[in-house]
Design a protein around this ligand. Structure first.
Ligand code: SF4
Ligand code: SF4
Length: 119
């Protein structure tokens, strides 16, 4: 990453309300599991009944009517296919900018009574 891109990512992360160290999956509604998860060729171990195609024709994780990935265990709000989860899920860092951004959007929408948007 060049210096200016790194600086811009750091600035974005600093603008988020939580610090990385304050975030834990054990105290989260698994909101990253409401984001679009695109599958790649290396994701062949993902159970096929959890996969669909989006309007753009890409293979993605299917979601339930509330927007969570069908791979979620709804009782424990954790991944039920952890060992087989897609590559994009493996790379998603707890407390990273994407995580904190998803949490911020989720919290704001809930606070304002705005219907949750699927991404
Ligand atoms: S990675 Fe972030 S958004 Fe996803 S469950 Fe963990 S804390 Fe929540
Ligand atoms: S596959 Fe697992 S980790 Fe990935 S979005 Fe679905 S429930 Fe979350």
């Amino acid at each position: 990453m060049n210096a200016s891109l790194q600086k811009s990512a750091e600035t974005r992360a600093e603008a988020l309300p939580e610090k990385r160290s304050e975030v834990s999956c054990s105290r989260c509604d698994a909101v990253c599991c409401r984001l679009t998860v695109v599958l790649f060729p290396e994701d062949s171990s993902v159970p096929r009944h959890l996969v669909t195609r989006n309007p753009q024709g890409l293979e993605v994780m299917a979601r339930n009517e509330d927007g969570w990935c069908l791979g979620i265990d709804p009782l424990r709000m954790c991944c039920s296919i952890y060992e087989q989860r897609p590559a994009i899920c493996r790379k998603f860092a707890m407390g990273g900018p994407g995580c904190r951004d998803a949490r911020k959007t989720y919290r704001e929408q809930r606070e304002n009574g705005i219907p949750l948007t699927l991404y």
